[in-house]
Design a protein around this ligand. Structure first.
Ligand code: FES
Length: 105
């Protein structure tokens, strides 16, 4: 299991456990962090948009072109912080990951 630290849209902080090999979006959705994930993780809705702490951002696999293009269209896009949680796979290396759920678009 990997520990992730999440600030929700109300500014509340949560410490969650995620299974290695799982998708970050699934933990955020299932733990009630307000991530609707209406496309089911198909990189199409951006309702799983999160801001990754800059200290962690470079430790994630780079965003694929499809994700990067979608992020650019978002009102709250922040280069160097924005990711779609459905495109992030949990690994041991992400233990302690710090992120904030984006405001709703
Ligand atoms: S769940 Fe729809 S883009 Fe991530």
């Amino acid at each position: 299991m990997t520990t992730i630290r999440v600030t929700d849209r109300d500014g509340q902080q949560h410490t969650l456990e995620a299974s290695n090999g799982s998708i970050l979006m699934e933990t955020l959705r299932d733990e009630g962090m307000g991530v609707a994930a209406i496309c089911g993780g198909q990189c199409a809705c951006a309702t799983c948009h999160c801001f990754i702490d800059p200290a962690w951002y470079d430790q994630l696999e780079s965003a694929a072109a499809e994700e990067a293009e979608l992020l650019e269209f978002l009102d709250f896009h922040e280069p160097g912080r924005s990711r779609l949680a459905c495109q992030v796979i949990i690994t041991d290396q992400l233990d302690g990951l710090l992120l904030t759920v984006s405001p709703e678009e």
